[in-house]
Design a binder for this molecule. Structure first.
Ligand SMILES: [Zn+2]
Length: 280
């Protein structure tokens, strides 16, 4: 599943080819993804210039010059395929086609169709049902130790579950919640309400750091993003704890046999990976 850094990388890749370009072809090749595609998708977007490509949580926002916003979400398996002219013919899972005035074509490809694309208005974007309930952007100035502490106050749920609540912080996701808790030395099982003061400072900083590092890694992989199929959206990244159950912890010299190394537990149906020695 694309996580926030991958979505950010996709946005940067799309910005390179779409910003300033006029849409000359917009085609929905099926009527629905996770939500029905707007029947007037092409009518409202063809002829418009893409003023900016932005991200909110894990939503990709194409802001057009008449303040129409195309909102896209990659869901579980969505990708953006970018092709120079002439584009390869769309494949079975290329559900939306965007063509620009310089001949570039973007295919929104989604085999599992948990993704979506819809239209909104820039002036009322924050109140759009998909975006209205979202908390602060983790990389924005509106997210800090005190803001996080306030959002966690009084919550009896484990901190890991609280970090996946989109009202607390937008778009963080399971992998980066695990990685940030490791970085901050906080157990995923700790009660959310106890993460205050220095602990919330540490955690907010860790969240920003793990996301920034992953985006930097994605940005470097973007240099060769023109793969044979033009696919944008996934990159390899090395996690400190995620997916490493039974391995030695990279933060302390715990022995995987004697100390158990990285542990995996299931919280709210999601895997958490952590070092019980380092994370309290
Ligand atoms: Zn450790």
């Amino acid at each position: 599943m694309p996580e926030l850094p991958e979505v950010e990388t996709v946005c940067r890749g799309l910005a390179r080819v779409l910003e300033g370009r006029r849409l000359v072809r917009v085609e929905a090749r099926r009527p629905d993804l996770r939500l029905p595609l707007p029947p007037d998708l092409a009518a409202r977007t063809v002829g418009r210039r893409v003023a900016a490509v932005r991200r909110r949580a894990k939503y990709i926002l194409l802001v057009l010059d008449d303040n129409t916003v195309m909102i896209a979400h990659l869901g579980m398996s969505g990708r953006m395929r970018i092709m120079a002219a002439p584009p390869a013919p769309p494949g079975r899972h290329d559900h939306v086609v965007l063509g620009t005035d310089d001949g570039t074509t973007v295919y929104f490809n989604d085999a599992r169709r948990f993704g979506l694309m819809t239209l909104a208005c820039a002036a009322t974007l924050a109140e759009h049902p998909l975006l209205a309930g979202l908390g602060p952007e983790p990389l924005g100035n509106g997210f800090s130790g005190p803001v996080l502490a306030a959002a966690l106050a009084g919550r009896d749920t484990p901190i890991k579950a609280a970090l996946l609540d989109q009202r607390v912080v937008a778009g963080l996701g399971n992998i980066y919640a695990c990685e940030a808790l490791f970085r901050a030395g906080l157990s995923p099982r700790r009660k959310a309400r106890t993460v205050q003061g220095q602990r919330s400072e540490r955690l907010a900083k860790a969240i920003k750091a793990v996301l920034r590092e992953a985006i930097a890694a994605g940005g470097s992989s973007l240099r060769d993003f023109v793969r044979p199929d033009g696919g944008l959206g996934y990159f390899q990244h090395r996690w400190a704890v995620y997916g490493r159950a039974g391995e030695a912890c990279p933060g302390c010299n715990c022995d995987p046999v004697a100390d158990g190394g990285i542990r995996r537990i299931v919280q709210s149906g999601r895997s958490s990976f952590y070092c019980a020695r380092r994370q309290r």
